[in-house]
Unconditional design. Structure first.
Length: 77
């Protein structure tokens, strides 16, 4: 996970800052580029839910977080 976060920071998708907590932690926030990419990522996820869900039923379901109120357009979820 640390490697992924470092790559996202290096590619200007996230900004890593120091959170004011103990023990020392980083706080990650989306950059403008990251916010723009979010819509694309959600669109691809919705496409997969619509067209590939039967093939990959249960794969990643435990990790999926609600990202849009009301779900994806045209979905039965």
């Amino acid at each position: 996970m640390a490697d992924r976060l470092s790559r996202l920071d290096a590619n200007r998708i996230l900004n890593a800052g120091d959170a004011k907590t103990w023990p020392e932690r980083h706080e990650y926030r989306l950059t403008g580029m990251g916010r723009d990419r979010y819509a694309v990522t959600v669109a691809i996820m919705c496409w997969g839910d619509r067209w590939l869900d039967d093939q990959f039923q249960g794969v990643g379901a435990a990790r999926r977080a609600p990202v849009m109120s009301g779900g994806c357009p045209g979905s039965a979820r």
